[in-house]
Design a protein around this ligand. Structure first.
Ligand code: ADP
Ligand code: MG
Length: 407
């Protein structure tokens, strides 16, 4: 069955519509440092308010662990949402309590309220299905219908993602719909070739599964970021104190072998930037991959970016592709001396004549922090883990709950 979309909900004027968004934005104190996920939610919210719906936005923020921690309040997000919608947005100081009840009752057609962080309640993420069901039931009484638009949470079997859409008429929002369309082009659809996947970042173990799933589909796989060192180590290189996924070594060896057998170009760096410690003012220099421990830092050296030769080669390969999926920064882009590799790959992505997709929370933050505007990419996915799991071929509960089935 196909994904149910907003059309399936019929006339929404005057109806109370709960919208599960992913407004999990990075915060520095009370300041939102990247509002990409709020912006990505606007399309659906505008469509619903224009249709005269009474919109009840729910979301998680961070990992408060089932406790009411003020630093994880959605209040600043509600404020920002109001600015972006250019309309008043109410905020309820609890999620399923009296304040939420009052705020929902006060809604008029076309108005919006944001309820407090779902994860202030342990039942949202509980492993016990009956606890989740109970929480979902409390949420469901606020609405006549549910729209699931939090793609970033679609891989979680949480109350608001899995149980809630079964309790009311439910459909995917426009963001989930758009994300799914793009990801299907990268998987079951026939991608335009050459098809290149660029992987980096620090969550090595999370991403090994993606390599497994994508190796048979892609023409080239470029490996940068923290994960490259596990591959270099697997090839027998000394990597100093660089990031290493000890448990992933065997898998890395397997992928190197598999790539060779399948004729896939698994491209590893030829040079890296080695620092004497982790910090913006660390001494650092470029080293060929067989001389990582030959810098003055010796065996204490830490590889924090791909080197300039590698960056140029990666950029060429990306630019010359018709389909590119990129997940994970090439280096510690947050520190300027180690941002060049990520900048080069991001720049090349903006020059792709075809489909360019950026996936991953930090990767999306990186392109914005480095000054690239969103519209220079084909698509910036709001779901890191969710998009990776989809590419791995795993079923996402948040999509299944909306009628979607894998082809
Ligand atoms: P995403 O959120 O895009 O999926 P990850 O969460 O896997 O990406 O990784 C992002 C982080 O990886 C960034 O904070 C970046 O600093 C870090 N990173 C990139 N390269 C390295 C490296 N060589 N060593 C350590 N950390 C790295
Ligand atoms: Mg991340």
């Amino acid at each position: 069955m196909a994904l149910r979309t907003l059309e399936s909900l019929g006339e929404l004027s005057g109806k109370k519509v709960i919208v599960r968004c992913d407004l999990n934005v990075p915060l520095d104190g009370g300041t939102i440092t990247d509002d990409g996920r709020i912006r990505a939610s606007l399309g659906t919210l505008r469509e619903l308010t224009a249709a005269g719906a009474r919109v009840i936005v729910i979301s998680h923020l961070g990992r408060p662990g089932g406790e009411e921690k003020p630093e994880f309040s959605l209040a600043p997000v509600a404020t920002r949402l109001g600015e972006l919608l250019d309309a008043p947005v109410a905020f309820a100081a609890d999620t399923v309590g009296h304040d939420a009840e009052r705020a929902v009752d006060a809604l008029e057609d076309g108005q919006v309220v944001v309820l407090e962080n779902l994860r202030f309640h342990g039942r949202e993420t509980s492993k016990d299905a009956s606890e989740r069901e109970e929480f979902a039931t409390r949420l469901a009484r606020f609405g006549d219908a549910v729209v699931e638009d939090g793609f970033g949470a679609a891989h979680r079997k949480h109350a608001s993602v899995w149980e809630l859409p079964k309790l009311l008429p439910s459909a995917a929002g426009r963001l989930v719909q758009a994300e799914l369309e793009v990801l299907e082009r990268l998987t079951t659809g026939e991608p335009q070739r050459p098809y290149t996947v660029v992987l980096g970042g620090s969550k090595v173990s999370d991403k090994l599964g993606v390599i497994d799933a994508l190796l048979p589909r892609v023409d080239r796989l470029l490996i940068g970021g923290g994960m490259l060192f596990t591959f270099l180590k697997a090839q027998g290189h000394a990597i100093g104190k660089s990031l290493l996924d000890q448990d992933g070594l065997d898998a890395a060896r397997g992928y190197l072998r598999q790539a060779e057998e399948r004729g896939v170009d698994l491209v590893l760096p030829t040079d890296v930037v080695v620092a004497d410690r982790f910090g913006a003012d660390a001494a650092h220099q470029v080293a060929p991959i067989d001389a990582i421990e030959a810098t003055p830092a010796g065996a204490d050296g830490i590889g924090l970016d791909i080197g300039p030769d590698t960056a140029a080669r990666f950029a060429d390969l990306v630019r010359g592709s018709a389909t590119v999926f990129w997940n994970g920064p090439m280096g510690v882009f947050e520190l300027e001396p180690f941002a060049a590799g990520t900048r080069a790959v991001a720049q090349a992505l903006t020059e792709v004549d075809g489909l360019s997709v950026v996936g991953g929370g930090d990767s999306a933050a990186a392109v914005r922090q480095l000054g690239f505007s969103d519209d220079r990419f084909g698509h910036i996915s709001t779901g890191g883990g969710a998009s990776l799991e989809f590419l791995e071929g795993k079923a996402l509960p948040g999509l299944e709950a909306l009628g979607w089935e894998q082809a």
